[in-house]
Design a protein. Structure first.
Length: 137
């Protein structure tokens, strides 16, 4: 990113529309491996719908870590299109913290050239507060 690139700070919320978790590997005394499919709605500066897949290592005490990929279809501000977010985060009980970045080259339509990074804090079943500092190349 050049020094003259202007970053915009976006905020909003995510609400889960559907959530499906399937354990695909268990080991006594070790974390379970879980695949999670989520569809969600974005409101605020980022608006639209998302479809995500996550892989999670989940311990018996409900703590763990996860990675994933999400396609967001809708818009940011007055621009419309779609883009991908690559996500990594942790879980402690019912609280999730994640960091994400826009996958380079994934923006479509008015969002072509989108770049950015941000994150979220979520309470399971209660939605998430999100941020994204973004710019266009």
């Amino acid at each position: 990113m050049s020094e003259t690139t202007h970053k915009t700070h976006a905020t909003g919320r995510i609400e889960a529309d559907a959530f499906e978790a399937n354990t695909y590997d268990e080991l006594a005394g070790g974390p379970d491996l879980v695949e999670i499919h989520v569809t969600e709605s974005f409101t605020g500066d980022i608006h639209g719908h998302g479809s995500a897949r996550y892989l999670q290592a989940l311990r018996d005490d409900s703590s763990g870590s996860f990675v994933g990929m999400e396609r967001v279809e809708g818009g940011i501000g007055d621009r419309s299109g779609s883009f991908l977010l690559q996500v990594a985060g942790t879980q402690q009980g019912k609280t999730l913290h994640g960091e994400w970045f826009v996958v380079p080259g994934s923006g479509t339509n008015d969002l072509a050239g989108l770049r950015g990074e941000g994150g979220f804090t979520a309470d399971l079943g209660k939605g998430a507060s999100i941020t994204l500092n973004y710019w266009f190349e």
